[in-house]
Design a protein. Structure first.
Length: 135
């Protein structure tokens, strides 16, 4: 979900925005997807923590010294990250703004399928012409 919001909220796509996003000191008009960014960051940090917990399962005794002690910090950190990402996901979904007009405009970009660079150039050209027509 976070990855989709990060892609779809890019300026050149503009199909969704977070209801409450972060501003930008260098670009005041910009609306950064803060919650999606935090969820994506947590998703990248939890797997190595889970790997440590999994490695602690290998034990010569029921609860050997060192093995279960190795679980404490990564378990706390994983729980903190997952709980925060869950909170952020709930708030993101509740406040997500969908822009059907941008979706329709992006779907109506004319032309035949081409390499990605050509499609991006075509979409940006279409967007620039549309913006000039509005002003």
């Amino acid at each position: 979900m976070a990855a989709d919001v990060l892609v779809l909220s890019r300026t050149e796509i503009g199909e969704v925005t977070e209801g409450v996003g972060g501003g930008s000191s260098s670009m005041p008009h910009k609306h950064n997807p803060v919650r999606a960014t935090m969820i994506a960051a947590a998703a990248r940090q939890v797997p190595p923590l889970a790997a440590t917990l999994y490695a602690a399962l290998a034990a010569e005794d029921e609860r050997p010294s060192g093995a279960w002690h190795a679980e404490w910090q990564p378990l706390r950190e994983a729980l903190r990250l997952v709980a925060g990402a869950t909170r952020d996901a709930a708030e993101l979904v509740a406040d997500l703004r969908v822009h059907p007009d941008r979706m329709a405009a992006n779907l109506s970009v004319e032309g035949t399928p081409a390499p990605a660079a050509a499609l991006v150039d075509q979409a940006l050209t279409h967007h620039e012409h549309r913006d000039k027509a509005r002003h």
